[in-house]
Write a protein that binds this ligand. Structure first.
Ligand code: NI
Length: 173
């Protein structure tokens, strides 16, 4: 297994739409393994293939809090088939948006369909933290970042910070 490089904002790759996986071959299996490895190494709770430079429709996540209790979930071609009506604000971060957290409004429950790594169909009724993670990761597969879903003011703050950092980097070169 190897650590994959995580694509970060403002890289345009993050704006791509993932294409559906057509068959789960060795290459896809390897991608899943490396994505899981990368997510754990980076201490993330979810990762979409788009975030590691792969435009296939794959997400991995693990919302179990402790390392000893790891339980990896893999979803291929995930789709939100229905959403609850209630929304709730909750803090989110993202491995592709390092060093930034903000409150994002999400629906409290979703029904997601997709396939597991063996290609068997899955149907997940999620609420709470899981519902939030699934919405965040499935957004990635549609080119959407959580900073697109926050107030314009907060987004500008973050954008300015990134610009400043990029300028500093350029100066050092
Ligand atoms: Ni993310």
């Amino acid at each position: 297994m190897s650590m994959l490089e995580i694509v970060t904002y403002p890289d345009n790759f993050l704006r791509r739409h993932a294409k559906p996986v057509e068959n789960i071959d060795g290459k896809i299996q390897e991608m899943i393994e490396n994505m899981a490895f990368t997510m754990y190494k980076a201490s993330g709770i979810g990762l979409a293939a788009i975030q590691v430079g792969c435009d296939e429709s794959i997400i991995v996540y693990d919302i179990s809090p402790a390392e000893e209790k790891r339980s990896l979930c893999v979803l291929i071609n995930p789709k939100i088939v229905s959403s609850g009506e209630t929304t709730i604000l909750g803090s989110e971060g993202c491995l592709s948006v390092p060093g930034f957290k903000a409150d994002v409004k999400r629906v409290t429950s979703v029904l997601v369909e997709g396939f597991n790594s063996e290609g068997s169909p899955l149907r997940i009724e999620a609420d709470g933290m899981l519902a939030r993670v699934l919405q965040h990761e499935i957004d990635h597969l549609n080119g959407i970042l959580f900073i697109d879903c926050i107030s314009a003011l907060k987004r500008e703050l973050y954008k300015r910070r990134v610009k400043k950092k990029l300028r500093k980097k350029l100066r050092k070169k």
